[in-house]
Design a protein around this ligand. Structure first.
Ligand code: PA5
Length: 424
């Protein structure tokens, strides 16, 4: 696999690391990913989804300098993670993923030329209140600037379920191109579909490489011997830690470009694994709480708690071995703190802080897993994405819950609409 995963040494005498147990989990995992209703693992082989996006790109590429994605949850976090990790094109990206009127005002004000802008509205269900509210506002805003309803197809693209959704119907009515968010891929698992593909293409990313990385992960999950298979061993390790009260997962890349990977992971882990009922309908209130972090910045913030606070956290530490740029720290000053740095480069300082933290964590007996990618590139990102999606699906089996639904967010939505109805 493109990503190197260094797991700690386990006590292999425990049942959860033994062949029979792992084989049982492997069978359950395979049943899940071969279930036609759960598409995230196999959808990476569907070339037609890439083609759909490339066709849209060809239509708009000459004029677009600003790409605005409107969506929430899985319809925003994955794409934002991708384009903040790699933007080779210089296109400006804006993510309208909340309903804060003041933020929206600023975001719209930052669009300097509508004629160079593409608005990509994404809602798999096609009726999410936040996304539809932004649609109404942006359409009015464009109208105020002389763009008629007839002209909207030149500025708008929709991403939605290709079989049934309000957005699909609206797109057909208005003549707006609709690209597919596959019915069998849930929002938080959808970054490797047109949800993430279209912005990635506009960011100049190589989708073949992105998908090749994901395919490499898929192959290694399916073909590596179970006693060496990082996915299953890691899930068993997390299960062991959970039995010891470690139920918080810190996701910490040492890279600002990958900071949004933490936020993407947070949604994936939290919305998938936090569940009231088990598969056999018992009330269990399960979950592993994700904590977003990034290095080295969080060494001066959350790290104090992580190192010395409760023994309830495991770290996913992500190292990027090579950066695209580097700076010498050589300088002509005699100030001790500057002299100390002057023989090194900035990338070396980052590496030192990463390694230093691993050593400190070991000394403090804080559990961690070391993920290493040789560089931040499409191939490695694709590999990482499919690994964490697969880990999430697999943890569903360990926790005995359904990682693909989200009943806990429905009640809040229902009460919000009741509240609005009372205001009329
Ligand atoms: O993971 C999920 O299913 C959710 O977070 C959705 O992505 C989110 O609610 C947005 O849904 P939709 O794309 O249908 O507007």
């Amino acid at each position: 696999m493109a990503i190197n995963i260094q797991l700690p040494t386990f006590d292999r005498s425990q049942a959860r690391y033994q062949q029979d147990f792992l084989e049982d989990k492997f069978t359950s995992f395979k049943n899940t990913v071969n279930n036609p209703n759960i598409g995230f693992f196999n959808i990476i082989n569907d070339e037609s989804l890439v083609t759909e996006c490339q066709e849209i790109y060809q239509q708009h590429k000459k004029r677009v300098k600003c790409f605005v994605q409107i969506g929430i949850g899985g319809s925003s976090l994955g794409p934002e993670m991708l384009t903040s990790a790699i933007n080779n094109s210089g296109v400006q990206f804006l993510y309208i993923n909340n309903i804060d009127p003041d933020e929206l005002f600023e975001q719209l004000a930052s669009i300097t030329n509508i004629h160079e802008t593409l608005f990509y509205f994404v809602s798999k269900s096609g009726g999410t209140a936040e996304t539809m509210a932004s649609f109404a506002i942006i359409t009015n805003w464009l109208k105020d600037q002389g763009i008629t309803q007839k002209e909207l197809p030149s500025y708008y693209v929709f991403g939605t379920d290709p079989t049934k959704s309000d957005m699909l119907n609206l797109g057909r009515e208005l003549g707006i191109s609709c690209i597919s968010v596959p019915t069998n891929v849930g929002g938080r698992f959808s970054v490797l579909t047109p949800v993430g593909f279209l912005p990635a293409i506009f960011a100049g990313q190589d989708l073949t490489s992105l998908l090749a990385g994901a395919k490499e992960t898929r192959e290694s999950i399916l073909n590596n011997k179970l006693e060496e298979n990082s996915l299953f061993l890691l899930a068993s390790y997390l299960d062991e830690l959970k039995s010891q009260g470690v139920n918080q997962t810190i996701f910490m890349p040492y890279s600002s470009k990958l900071r949004n990977l933490s936020f993407w992971f947070v949604q994936l882990w939290a919305e998938s694994l936090g569940k009231k009922y088990s598969l056999d309908q018992k009330e269990v209130n399960q979950g592993l709480t994700p904590i977003p972090a990034y290095g080295a910045t969080d060494q001066h913030s959350q790290m104090q708690l992580f190192m010395e606070g409760p023994y309830d956290k495991v770290f996913f530490m992500l190292e990027v071995e090579n950066f695209q740029h580097d700076y010498s720290l050589e300088n002509c000053f005699g100030t001790p703190s500057l002299v100390k740095l002057s023989h090194y480069t900035l990338a070396q300082l980052m590496k030192a802080e990463f390694q230093g933290t691993l050593t400190a964590l070991t000394e403090a007996k804080r559990p961690f897993v070391h993920f290493k990618m040789n560089k931040n590139c499409e191939h490695n990102l694709g590999a990482l994405i499919l690994f964490f999606e697969s880990l999430t699906a697999l943890m569903g089996h360990y926790l005995n819950i359904d990682p693909f639904d989200q009943p806990g967010v429905e009640a809040g939505k229902k009460y919000a609409f009741e509240w609005l109805a009372r205001k009329r």
